[in-house]
Write a new protein. Structure first.
Length: 195
């Protein structure tokens, strides 16, 4: 577990494995210094911190329509962390990314997570769906990861907030569930797409 993910456990248990794998990915395949954009609704800046030497601009959703090419601008990396489920036509985003992003497009989405409007909640995407949209847009280097299991899904549905879960579940149990991954019951899915 990376330092980033270990710290994130106490803030958002259900994203900790995702952030650990993304940190490892960027440690093994670092990006050149450049310009980054993060689309979202209140960036937690965790993925930004994995890309040292990048100057960031944040574009909150829904103020910036991520499906409109005019809102992108050229950049080296773009992050859409927990955004695509709120977009009516998410396939448009992959086309925008392919046309404007020079190095990497990072996408994270929930899967077995309850409906949450922001302002709307339209999609749950499988790894196959993300890969298909990425390939259709033109990306050829697509790394996809997932994390989840039935125990963590139960906790997510019962507690919803990490602090409530951490107060109720013994540490040995939640650490064991965090180390276990069942690709058929993902809570989180993520992808790094490159040209």
């Amino acid at each position: 577990m990376t330092k980033i993910a270990e710290a994130e456990i106490y803030r958002d248990y259900f994203r900790a494995a995702m952030y650990a794998e993304l940190a490892q990915h960027f440690a093994e395949r670092p990006l050149a210094k450049g310009i980054g954009i993060e689309f979202g609704g209140g960036s937690n800046r965790i993925i930004q911190g994995m890309c040292s030497g990048t100057t960031w601009e944040e574009r909150p959703y829904p103020q910036y329509d991520i499906t409109e090419l005019a809102h992108w601008g050229e950049s080296d990396i773009v992050i859409a962390d927990q955004v695509l489920e709120h977009i009516r036509e998410p396939w448009k985003i992959f086309d925008c990314a392919f046309k404007t992003v020079r190095q990497a497009f990072v996408v994270t989405v929930p899967f077995l997570v309850k409906i949450h409007g922001c302002p709307g909640d339209y999609w749950r995407m499988t790894p196959e769906c993300i890969r298909s949209m990425g390939k259709s847009a033109g990306f050829t280097d697509i790394h996809i990861g997932t994390w989840g299991n039935s125990q963590a899904t139960f906790w997510l549905n019962k507690y919803w907030y990490t602090h409530l879960m951490m107060e109720a579940v013994p540490e040995v149990e939640w650490r064991a569930a965090l180390a276990s991954n069942d690709p058929e019951t993902p809570i989180m899915i993520w992808a790094v797409l490159r040209h």
